[in-house]
Design a protein around this ligand. Sequence first.
Ligand SMILES: [Zn+2]
Length: 381
Amino acid sequence: MSNVRNQPCSCGSGIKYKKCCLEHQNKYTVFCDETGNSGSNYLDLNQPFFVIAGWIVPNKNLKNTSYIEECTTSLGVSNELKSSKLIKRKKARQKFIDLFDSLCINLECIPTFVFAEKKYCVAAKIIETLLDPAYNNEVDYSFTFDNLKKKELTEKVYSFPNESLEDFINFYLDGNAEKMTQCIRQMSDHAYSIGLYEISKLFKGALSGIVNNLETEKAAHASMPNKAMEAINVPVFLSITQIIEKIGRKTKYNFSLVHDETKQFEDAYTDIFKKISEADSFEAKLTDGNSIIMGYKHLKDFSFITSSQSKWVQAADILAGVLGRLLNDIKDDTLNDDSLLKLAKTLLPSLLFQDVIKLSDSICSNQTREKIFEAIKPLEN
Ligand SMILES: [Zn+2]
């Protein structure tokens, strides 16, 4: 045995097997980046989605950044590859398709992503806050893990007028109990007027505890630096760590997570990762079949790197940028460009096929999800 370990590796690297492919066996690094960050400006119509996307790269291929460099040079980019400007160019979109193909086929990389629709997140926040059993006598404690019911109610609130959702989030962030009371009454009346009697009643149940409720929320916000709790970045970041840990538990592979440097959320991400990954092992089963896990065993570490120093982070920027653009176009019914359609059909189907291993997640309304599935549908034929 030890003989084989000390022999030159069969991959042809010229390095001993134990220092080469054996060491990299079953080890992966996930490089991720974000797009659509608008902090606590939840209903930012210019950026309706927030996306975290990453490339799962086998460690044995980490040094091979030739395809990313090729893409950079072919587009005449002198410094960093960045999606924001390039995505407007048809030639760049074509090059992105080639890059994604090369990374997936030649380097066995896999794209992973989580996106959140901000308007849906506000609706979810309304349900989560107002129907908190600790501050609402109409709500039973079993509601806490009943996310099937929560999703059902969130869908309904998602269809409320934009102004109601805007009011809620503003008064929520201000901690203004008086205005929040008015807002709850209005939403309750609105629900009643469209036949949502259950929601109307549940909202009224939130009125008596609203002062304490908002105070608790404010205290929770203060526990995280840089207003991180007020944005959806942290929960979306958590979702991607959950996806990676779950892949690890299924495959027995080990992962490192590397994120592009982000001033606003660096401390928050580090804190939350430490808390969740070092917690006692625990799995909370949710009623919709999903679960939240604590105590990471396969996602071993998390760090930041500046994009100028990592070609892989630049590739993640491209991935996130492409996904953000696709989602916006699909939502606006403007996805009609060939190259974007091709990218959509490459990247988005992982939302559909989650039976074996879940590689992506969406926090969005059914309406938006249906639009996505509609856009990529021809692929199934
Ligand atoms: Zn080797």
